[in-house]
Design a protein around this ligand. Structure first.
Ligand code: AVJ
Length: 319
């Protein structure tokens, strides 16, 4: 039995430098949002989830806790729970431990190998009968599921509104690939942040304590360490704006001055005020998300929202 997470081609540091450089030499400049999640970024995101302004995590968790038995009953006995972008097992445990749950295996998929090791260790103690098969992979790269679960019914789980990071064509592609990987008859439960008033959205990404700013700026520190870059963090500022036409919050890092930065031996020039687009966080109405899912071959079977209509959980069925 494999004790280490399967390594499915996730970027090594040379690839991080190449990916960063590709984005920073494009017009407009971009960086992939998955680069946020080094150890410090994971810690900062965890702090974000507890901010008063950041309603997403606590709303989804509360809703999930309420409907977990209903969700767990959708899964045929002995199903494999496959979680996309599983930074920890907290949300999965709401399903695994729900009344009436009969999952035989759990496949957490994430790019953070260390986090997967921790999950496997904790679950071995908490649920010794559960087969835990971590997969170290970028979930957008259509990872091959572990051999050990190939004969089990699949129950996909993609919480946290991580799908909001994907532009609609990429979200459709992800959903279509998951549809094929999970197979006929599978379920996929997706957490999606809902479209709402601009003030609530703006506050969630411009918190008073500045944690989101630190999270955004941390990507520069990571590139200094892992991609041979020499960013001066204080020469960039956090920007988060609502783009109504595209229905998304955009995060940027704005160069405060004209400056030149070196990344892996290449020079990149910034004009004063020029930004690096670091993240999109799409907000979907229930109907818009269901259309997206249908276009990817899923049948929207059921949807739950909290009483304030801040957040949605969709159950999609393959067949
Ligand atoms: C983890 C992608 C859902 O988009 O709200 C939090 C990341 N960015 N604050 C989000 C994030 C800024 C988060 N997701």
């Amino acid at each position: 039995m494999l004790d280490v997470p399967l390594f499915d081609g996730y970027a090594a540091n040379a690839d991080i430098a190449a990916e960063a450089l590709a984005g920073l030499t494009a017009t407009p400049k971009t960086l992939p949002s998955k680069l946020f999640y080094d150890a410090e970024g994971v810690r900062l995101f965890d702090d974000i989830t507890r901010l008063p302004e950041y309603y997403l995590t606590r709303t989804e968790t509360r809703l999930l806790r309420q409907i977990a038995p209903e969700l767990a009953r959708l899964a045929p006995p002995g199903s494999a729970l496959v979680e996309y972008g599983a930074s920890d097992e907290a949300k999965a445990r709401l399903l695994l431990d729900a009344d009436g749950a009969t999952f035989a295996a759990y496949v957490p998929i994430d790019v953070a190998g260390d986090a997967l090791d921790g999950m496997k260790m904790r679950l071995r103690r908490h649920a010794p009968a559960l087969g835990v098969h971590p997969l170290c992979a970028d979930f957008t790269q259509d990872p091959v599921l572990p051999h050990a679960v190939r004969l089990m019914a699949k129950f996909g789980f993609f919480p946290g509104s991580t799908i909001g990071n994907l532009e609609p064509p990429a979200a459709r592609l992800f959903l279509a690939q998951a549809r094929r990987a999970l197979g006929d008859g599978a379920w996929l439960v997706v957490g999606a942040d809902l479209l709402k008033d601009e003030a609530t959205l703006h506050a969630a990404y411009n918190d008073a304590a500045g944690v989101t700013a630190a999270f955004n700026l941390n990507v520069l520190k990571r590139l200094n360490r892992e991609a041979g870059a020499d960013f001066e963090q204080h020469r960039f500022a956090h920007v988060a704006i609502w783009n109504a036409a595209q229905s998304r919050i955009e995060m940027h890092l704005r160069s405060q001055i004209g400056q030149t930065v070196t990344i892996a031996g290449s020079r990149v020039d910034f004009r004063a005020g020029e930004t690096i687009h670091t993240e999109n966080s799409y907000k979907h109405s229930v109907a818009a998300f269901q259309t997206l899912a249908e276009q990817a071959g899923w049948r929207p079977a059921q949807v739950w929202t909290d009483p304030d209509c801040l957040f949605s959980l969709h159950a999609l069925h393959a067949g």
